[in-house]
Design a protein around this ligand. Structure first.
Ligand code: HAM
Length: 418
């Protein structure tokens, strides 16, 4: 028997309904914010990610699936979407067509992380990238999109963490002080952080090791190093969020695991996810387009993990419910059931039945397993009187209706549930 590699999942029909509900909701929110879809490749030349995300990040140094093509060039399965979207934005000359550009994408991403609940090696993201303005309104818009998705999906119990990590003008001074602070405590750092200290000191704030976490609590805080422009940018974003009614918590140590960020960083987190508590994250990256050889173009974006969002939506969504399961006894009732199922489906009402004639009790059990809103029961008495019994599967209540009224009756109860 073959098995799938660790950290890789099959998505069976019982999850597809929720999956499609998430995707449809997300697509609709992107539409109303005027974002257009882009489909980016699953693989890129490895340097797109190493330059884009940063050689010293865990993603690039430890987690990429790379291989050589037949000409000996290194390719990588994409670990995220931003670097690819930036590469595509420049390569396709999008900036010549419009001064600002709003794009969104869906798809599988690949990171060779240690698999656990909510942490996979192949996982799916949706994300958005905005190009062409450094106005804080756009940082707000990106956050507002995710906030609206959360509310349309009915997610509760989460927080938005917000920070600014400054710009190339103000960050170096902060980094210098951070290096000094950590150098003084070098012996308490984990091996990884000792190595990272010289190369990428911001990453130390993100280390999960207990003694590094402890050191973090007294480390210098970026907020007091921000230049005037970064301070004003952050204050304006806070004001937008306040006006938009989006609650947030400031977290001055939120640095993120990718090196391209400037100024705003944010994460949507939920305790219900355990160790992997972020289900969506992003920030501003004003220098990445230039780093990739494009003309200077400020940008901001986010991405969310679909599997983590699905974990947060424990209940099946109302819209994925079966409207009616037909339960019958005897051949005549079965024929009647088939005829009714045709009529109902023509009226866009979802119907299922079990053609292997079984007892009424076992058919009702199946109706329950299929998560039907109602069971339509057709027995001898119903045939004789040309009536039907409708059982509400939630309350257990039964009602007798005339056959002719069936479609109308079903329409009313299936829209009620939505
Ligand atoms: P990220 O924080 O690396 O950011 O990933 C975004 C989201 O993808 C996470 O919050 C999480 O929900 C999901 N995710 C990441 N790794 C895994 C995994 N191993 N298993 C399951 N889900 C995972 C980015 O990818 C940036 N590109 C976001 C961005 C866009 N920044 C600016 N624009």
């Amino acid at each position: 028997m073959f098995k799938k590699p660790p950290g890789i999942e099959d998505i069976f029909p019982d999850r597809i309904e929720k999956w499609n509900f998430i995707l449809n909701t997300v697509r609709e929110v992107f539409r109303i914010f005027n974002y257009r879809e882009i489909i980016i490749p699953i693989m890129e030349y490895t340097e797109v990610f190493s330059r884009g995300i940063g050689d010293e990040t865990d993603i690039v140094s430890k987690e990429m699936f790379t291989f050589e093509d037949r000409g000996g060039r290194s390719l990588a399965l994409r670990p995220e979407g931003t670097a690819s979207v930036v590469r595509a934005y420049i390569e396709n000359g999008e900036y010549n067509r419009r001064s600002t550009c709003k794009l969104f994408y869906f798809g599988p991403m690949f990171r060779a992380e240690r698999p656990q609940k909510g942490r996979l090696r192949q996982f799916n993201q949706f994300g958005a990238e905005f190009f062409g303005s450094d106005l804080p309104y756009y940082d707000y818009e990106i956050i507002a999109i995710m906030d609206m998705i959360n509310s349309h999906l009915g997610l509760g119990n989460y927080s938005l963490l917000l920070n600014s990590i400054g710009c190339q003008q103000c960050r170096p001074r902060y980094i210098a002080d951070l290096i000094q602070y950590y150098t003084e405590h070098r012996e308490s750092l984990c091996q990884d952080c000792q190595r990272r200290l010289g190369k990428n000191p911001l990453r130390l704030l993100d280390c999960k090791n207990e003694s590094c976490q402890q050191l973090k609590s007294t480390a210098p805080v970026i907020t007091s190093y921000l230049c005037e422009k970064c301070t004003a940018h952050h204050a304006a974003l806070q004001e937008y969020l306040g006006t938009g009614g989006i609650a947030y918590e400031e977290d001055p140590y939120l640095v993120r695991g990718l090196d391209y960020y400037t100024r705003t960083t944010f994460e949507f987190v939920s305790d219900r996810l355990g160790g992997q508590n972020a289900f969506a994250a992003g920030g501003r990256y004003d220098t990445l387009v230039e780093t990739f050889g494009g003309r200077p173009t400020p940008a901001v974006g986010f991405a969310a993990g679909i599997e983590r969002i699905a974990l947060l939506m424990e209940e099946r969504t109302e819209s994925d419910r079966l409207d009616v399961f037909i339960v019958y006894s005897g051949t005549e009732a079965y024929q009647k059931g088939l005829e009714l199922s045709g009529r109902l489906r023509e009226n866009h009402i979802s119907v299922d039945l079990d053609p292997a004639s079984k007892s009424i009790a076992s058919q009702l059990k199946k109706a329950d397993r299929e998560n039907a809103r109602a069971a339509l029961i057709i027995g001898d008495e119903e045939i004789r009187e040309n009536r039907l019994t409708v059982k509400n599967m939630e309350t257990g209540e039964q009602e007798s209706i005339e056959s002719e009224h069936l479609v109308h009756y079903m329409e009313s109860i299936s829209t009620e549930g939505r």
